[in-house]
Design a protein around this ligand. Structure first.
Ligand SMILES: [Zn+2]
Length: 330
C-alpha cells in the first residue's frame, strides 16, 4: 500500500475550463439523473456548491460518497458504474473487508487506480509503468501540454495497483520480527534456513519499489534492448534487499541460465521482481519477506563479465513483461 496515496486532490486549476455535461451524465439505463445527483452530493460535502470547477473535478478526479445503511461495495459499484475493485483500491479496502455506514469513500469516475506523481516521473513513464496508453491518462485527467507535477494525483484508467500486499500477510506480520517465522508449506520438506535477524536498508526509498541495494550502490547498466533489467553495484559487494514485500517463489543456487544464484519474489497483482548473480542467499522458496529486507549478498555468479562483475541484476516483471525498473524505484 505504499504505492499509492489516496484522498488528496491537487491542482484542479490545471484543468481546462470546459467539460461536456454529457461526460458527467449517468448511463441512460440507470434512470433519470440519480447518479449525477450523487456526484453533486459528493462535492457538496467538499465545497459549498457544485461550481463549474466542481464539475470538472468530478470528471477528472472522482467524488466522495458517504456510506448509508445497507449499502455494500456491490451496490455502490452498480450505482456508479465502476467495479468493486476500483472502489476497494481507492479506499484501501482489503479483500473480505466490508464498508460501514458513515464511511466516506472516494469514487473514481472510471475503473482504475489513483497514482501520486513522484519526483522525476513523466506521463510516459507512468503509462508504461501501469501498461496503459498515455492518451488514456491525459484524456481522463485533462492534462494539457504533458505537464504534471510531483504530488499530483492522477487517475490511471484501467490501471491496477502495482503493489497490493495480501491483507492476511499484513495481519500475520504487523511488524518485522527478530526471528524469522517458519512458513507453512506443504511441498517444502527441507529444513528452515538458520535463524538470522532480517536486516533492513537504512533508508528505504520512496518509489513504488525500493532500490534493491544500499544507498551507495550505483547503476552500471541501464534497461535497454537486449538488457531488460537494471544492473546495480556496490563497491566490493553488499547486501541485496527485497524491493517490496512478497513471497519468495524462487531461491536457487547454480547457473540458472546465466542468472547464477537467483531469487524471485512475487508481490501480488502480477508484479514479480528478480535478483540475479547473488553470492549467498538468505531466503528460501516460500518465505515471506518485507520491503527492504536483506535477501542475499551481492555476487558474480552466473554469466558475469569482467573483474568488477559483482552486482545485482534486477528485473521487474509486470504481467510477465520485463519493465524498466527505473520507473518503479524512482
Ligand atoms: Zn544485468
Amino acid at each position: 500500500m505504499q504505492a499509492l496515496c489516496f484522498g488528496v486532490f491537487a491542482l484542479s486549476t490545471l484543468m481546462p475550463p470546459y467539460v461536456p455535461k454529457a461526460a458527467l451524465a449517468p448511463p441512460a439505463e440507470n434512470g433519470p439523473s440519480s447518479q449525477f445527483l450523487l456526484v453533486e452530493e459528493g462535492f457538496l460535502m467538499k465545497s459549498s456548491s457544485l461550481t463549474q470547477q466542481g464539475a470538472r473535478r468530478a470528471y477528472a478526479e472522482g467524488s466522495y460518497h458517504t456510506v448509508k445503511d445497507g449499502e455494500s461495495l456491490e451496490r455502490l459499484a452498480n450505482l456508479y458504474g465502476i467495479s468493486k475493485e476500483t472502489i476497494a483500491w481507492a479506499n484501501n479496502i482489503g479483500e473480505g473487508q466490508s464498508i460501514h455506514p458513515g464511511q466516506e469513500l472516494l469514487i473514481l469516475p472510471v475503473d482504475g487506480v489513483l497514482h501520486t506523481v513522484k519526483r522525476g516521473q513523466t506521463l510516459l513513464g507512468i503509462a508504461e509503468m501501469y501498461s496503459v496508453p498515455v492518451q488514456r491518462i491525459t484524456d481522463q485527467n485533462r492534462i494539457q501540454g504533458g505537464f504534471i507535477m510531483a504530488g499530483q494525483e492522477l487517475i490511471v484508467p484501467e490501471g491496477e495497483p502495482i503493489v497490493q500486499s495480501p491483507p492476511t500477510q499484513v495481519a500475520q506480520q504487523p511488524t518485522p520480527q527478530p526471528q524469522p517465522q517458519p512458513q507453512p508449506s506443504q511441498q517444502d520438506t527441507s529444513p528452515p534456513p538458520p535463524p538470522a535477524p532480517p536486516s533492513f536498508t537504512p533508508s528505504p526509498t520512496v518509489g513504488v519499489l525500493q532500490k534493491p541495494c544500499s544507498d551507495d550502490c550505483f547503476i552500471t547498466q541501464y534497461y535497454h534492448g537486449g538488457h531488460y533489467a537494471l544492473d546495480l553495484q556496490d563497491k566490493g559487494g553488499g547486501p541485496v534487499y527485497a524491493a517490496e514485500a512478497g513471497r519468495v517463489i524462487r531461491a536457487e543456487y547454480g547457473w540458472n541460465g546465466g542468472y547464477g544464484n537467483v531469487i524471485t519474489i512475487d508481490h501480488g497483482n502480477d508484479l514479480v521482481t528478480l535478483y540475479a548473480h547473488n553470492k549467498e542467499l538468505n531466503v528460501s522458496k516460500g518465505d515471506y519477506v518485507q520491503r527492504g529486507q536483506k535477501i542475499a549478498d551481492m555476487g558474480a555468479t552466473g554469466l558475469v563479465y569482467g573483474p568488477t562483475g559483482i552486482h545485482v541484476h534486477f528485473e521487474v516483471q509486470l504481467k510477465g513483461v520485463k519493465k524498466n525498473p527505473l520507473l518503479y524505484i524512482q
